[in-house]
Ligand binder design. Structure first.
Ligand code: UD1
Length: 362
């Protein structure tokens, strides 16, 4: 039987692999390796509980640190496991330090590498995730593209066509499943909020949190918007730390809450009027749920949703964010139009990935 090792380490990787991993258990000898780049209950274990995932076979206990510290710990510890386990294939997802380090380790051991969510590009190598994506894509033997733009990016970078497979974005089926599972969640009641009466906000990317000027602009804009409409803000630990250490405060009326479980988060997203975020995954989830996503960045790797009129880039400076939000809120039609615009999303990316693996590794 073909032996497959899946390596993951953070919240988005766990979510995006959550539907694929049980299918791998059924069809292959499957080993799960958690790097533990994310380790707290809110960013890690809650997803195993809610999505009924089995325990990983190995934990690398990497934790937080600089990019080089995280990557080197993953490489050193994963290499031992791969040498001992001798998998026929390694699968990684996305763009984190865990993804990049695991990808290089497998490639150097000449183990065929599959990259799920291959090909999105912001065309800016100052973004840590962009570097990670490019490295893993160019080490991979099978590249599972989440959308047509990602597919074309890979072709343009000279990756052989036969190695690229368009399977769709794995977060789509995950979000739709979570909407059903979490429909009776009490989170809205607990927060005393009603459908379409609030905006959901998340901020955690280093491009914002690690630049005090940008962080201040974004937070000031969020404070100003909170004077017009209710805001719910699940706070990533990275953002919480930077706000505290730079004495940047949020208006009292903003409901700042802990990072949420997936069912609660999707319930909050589904019921929001719109979401403002710098996250990649939320951009796809909001299209799947027909919730407009206003992206707190000057660029995005998921440009096709902007072109389709489902999402909108609002930048990372105060004036641009506030004026675009005010424009949007000035006429009910604007939000209705973004919601009702049709956009086709592939919903069976995991089944497609399994079929590709079965065909390629017999
Ligand atoms: C990482 C990924 C990013 C992904 C994000 C999702 C990289 C380069 N970045 O950023 O692509 O979108 O995960 O969250 O890999 N922390 C906790 N508890 C945890 C994990 C982290 O408190 O469970 C704190 C740590 O103290 C650390 C900070 O959050 O200082 C940042 O952790 P890090 O591992 O760099 O990841 P993220 O910022 O979350």
């Amino acid at each position: 039987m073909i032996k497959i090792a899946t390596v993951f380490g953070t919240r988005p990787e766990i979510l995006k692999l959550s539907s694929l991993m049980p299918l791998l258990d059924k069809s292959f000898d499957h080993v799960m390796v958690h790097t533990n780049q994310h380790y707290s209950y809110n960013l890690d274990k809650v997803f195993f509980d809610q999505l009924k995932l089995r325990k990983p076979n190995f934990n690398l206990n990497v934790g937080s640190g600089t990019h080089a510290e995280q990557a080197s710990k993953v490489m050193e510890r994963l290499e031992k496991i791969l040498l001992e386990q001798e998998p026929d294939v390694v699968i990684v997802n996305g763009d984190t330090n865990s993804t990049m380090a695991a990808g290089i380790t497998a490639a150097k051991l000449k183990i065929p590498l599959v990259h799920s969510e291959a090909g999105p590009r912001a065309f800016n190598k100052r973004i840590a995730e962009e570097i990670n994506r490019i490295i893993v894509d160019h080490c991979s033997d099978i590249l599972l593209a989440p959308h047509t733009v990602a597919y074309d990016n890979l072709l343009n970078e000279g990756i052989p066509k036969e190695n690229i497979c368009l399977v769709g974005d794995p977060i789509v089926s995950c979000a739709l499943r979570a909407r059903k599972m979490g429909q009776n969640s009490s989170i809205m009641k607990q927060l005393d909020i009603k459908r379409h009466e609030y905006v959901l906000v998340t901020v955690h990317h280093a491009e914002i949190t690690n630049d005090i000027k940008i962080l201040k602009e974004v937070i000031e804009a969020i404070n100003d918007i909170s004077k017009i409409i209710k805001i719910v803000f699940p706070m990533h630990p990275r953002t919480g730390k930077f706000l505290k250490s730079n004495n940047i405060t949020l208006n009292k009326s903003i409901k700042v809450i802990e990072p949420q479980g997936y069912l609660e988060f999707i319930n909050l997203l589904d019921n929001s009027l719109f979401v403002m975020s710098d996250s990649g995954g939320i951009q796809s989830e909001s299209v799947a749920l027909n919730v407009p996503c206003l992206i707190l960045r000057p660029l995005t790797e998921w440009i096709l949703y902007i072109k389709a009129g489902k999402n909108m880039l609002i930048g990372d400076n105060h004036d641009s964010i506030v004026s675009k939000v005010k424009d949007l809120l000035s006429d009910d039609y604007n939000i209705k139009k973004m919601r009702s615009t049709k956009f086709h999303m592939i919903k069976d990316s995991d089944e497609r990935a399994i079929n590709i693996l079965k065909n390629r590794f017999k």
